[in-house]
Structures are given as C-alpha cells and as structure tokens.
Design a protein around this ligand. Structure first.
Ligand code: SF4
Length: 292
C-alpha cells in the first residue's frame, strides 16, 4: 500500500512524513495555514542571520515532484475540511477562532520564487482551490523580494493574485549596509527596492519586516529612519502597501547572536514606524513570552 493511500486511511499521522506540504497554526494568518515548501533542498539565495531552517541536517530529498505535492496538499485540505486535524497535537490546542483554514502559503526552507516550477505550482494549487470551491482561502506568497520581477515569477503572481492572492514581501533594512549584515545575500539591496516598487505598483503588497537584536544591538535610530524613507518612497512612487507585519525572532536560530527584541523594544520600533507612516497599519508580532 502506498504512503498516500495510507494517508487517506490515517490522515492524522501521515502529514508528518510529507515532503512538501505541512500545516501550521500561524499567528500572522490568525488560523490554519497550509505551507507549501518549494525548496526541499534547503537552498536559499539569502542567508538571514535569524533563519530558523536547520541546514546542518541534510535534506530528505532535493527534487520537486509536483504530482506528489498536489496529493499531499489534497490530503491536508481533506483533514482541515473534516476537522480531523484539530483532534491531534499541536492543533488540538488551537483556539476556536483559529480553527479555520486561512490560507495556502508558499514558504518553506528557501525562497519559493527561485523554484523554476513556481508558476506551474501556483497554477495547480489555484486549480485545486477552484475545484473545491475554496474561494475564502487565500494564496499567500512569503518572499524575500529578490525575484519578484523575473518574468516567470510575474506569471505565477498573476495566477496567484487572481485567486485571492497576497504577497508578503520581505524588507528588513533601510540601508545597503544593514541589509548586507542581516540578510547576507548576493542580491543588491537596490534590486529588492526596485522589485518591491514594480510589484506594489501593480498589486497591493504586505511588507514583512523582522528587526532583531544582532550581536547585542537592535536597529539604530538612523536605520529605522532610513527604513521609513524607503517605505515612504515606495508609496510616493505609486506603490500600494496594505500593511507592515513587524516581527522579531520567534524561535531558536542556529546563530546564537540573533536574539529577539524585547516587547518594549519592539513597541518602540512600532511607535517610530507609526509616527512616520501615519496611515499605514503596523501589525506587531512579539517574540517568545519568556523574552518579554
Ligand atoms: S529568506 Fe527565509 S529561508 Fe531564506 S535565509 Fe532568509 S529567513 Fe531563511
């Protein structure tokens, strides 16, 4: 009997062995989110100091099998729809208001838009969503913003945005120097800014911004000012921004010097952003409670 047939017989255990799809109760989704990992090889074009991906453990596999990915997602949609998922830990501790499927999110162990299959996967999942009449369920792209302007990515975004899509695009800095020290990427900062502007001129985007304590220091005042300058520039040039998701390190990371900002520190950052970007919602997601 194949693993996927067994999955239909015992949904409740098998998703833990899936290669591509995984369920989470997500704070930012305020409910159940089904993650789709397009980077099982754990390769990313960023090397963020706060990244939680365990790259010391070799990947179980490196290829993308789109038929298997689609079958895995179908099983997760079944257990979400039947409610079986809320019978097993950790989902059994979800609050009643969290027991709803909010989205299917392209996320995972690297940058989803670096997968050449990205547009095809979006099309397949959009079709699956249509077939099941899941009009309320969003398709969320969680991206480091590095490839938003690549033609094949734009093609995927067109499908995504035609199916209750949201683009959550990373912007973690206001200056090239800080960006390089935190995100450690070969992609120039200016390209990130150009991609954000081109995309936000076409569709509204959500900025996802992580500030942290790195080597004993949070972001400086001048860095926060530069960040606000960048956001203002995006808006002044016709970019549509829905909100800023402001968050900090939430779980242990391989880099011991990457630590969460404390609640008061994150509140101060949020106040600084709100005072400069008056009408733009800033949603704050704090670090672990023991770090308050
Ligand atoms: S972009 Fe995401 S996956 Fe890539 S290194 Fe940064 S946090 Fe990790």
């Amino acid at each position: 009997m194949s693993d996927l047939i067994k999955a239909h017989l015992d949904h409740r255990r098998l998703w833990r062995k899936f290669d591509y799809c995984y369920p989470v109760i997500s704070r930012r989704s305020r409910g159940l989110s089904l993650g789709v990992n397009l980077n099982p090889d754990k390769i990313c074009n960023f090397d963020c100091v706060y990244c939680e991906v365990d790259r010391l453990t070799p990947p179980r596999r490196k290829d993308l099998d789109l038929d298997q990915l689609e079958r895995e997602l179908a099983v997760l949609l079944d257990v979400a729809d039947s409610g079986e998922i809320y019978e097993v830990p950790p989902f059994d501790s979800a609050q009643p208001e969290q027991r709803r499927l909010n989205d299917i999110a392209f996320s995972g162990d690297g940058e989803p838009t670096t997968a050449r299959e990205f547009p095809e996967v979006v099309a397949r999942i959009a079709r699956l969503k249509d077939q099941r009449g899941l009009d309320e369920v969003k398709l969320v792209l969680i991206t480091d913003s590095s490839r938003l302007e690549a033609p094949e990515v734009v093609k995927g975004l067109e499908t995504l945005m035609a199916h209750q899509g949201e683009i959550w695009a990373k912007l973690d800095a206001g200056t090239e120097g800080y960006y390089q020290s935190i995100c450690r990427s070969q992609v120039p900062f200016q390209r990130i800014l150009d991609n954000l502007l081109a995309t936000a001129r076409r569709w509204p985007i959500v900025l996802q911004t992580l500030f942290l304590d790195w080597r004993g220091q949070g972001p400086s005042e001048s860095e926060l000012e530069a960040y606000c300058d960048r956001v203002e520039h995006l808006r002044n040039q016709g970019g549509l921004l829905q909100a800023i998701q402001l968050y900090t390190v939430a779980r242990p990371t391989p880099e011991p010097e990457a630590r969460p900002l404390r609640r008061l520190e994150l509140d101060a950052v949020a106040a600084c952003l709100r005072s400069r970007l008056a009408d733009l919602p800033v949603e704050v997601y704090y670090g672990p409670e023991e770090w308050a």
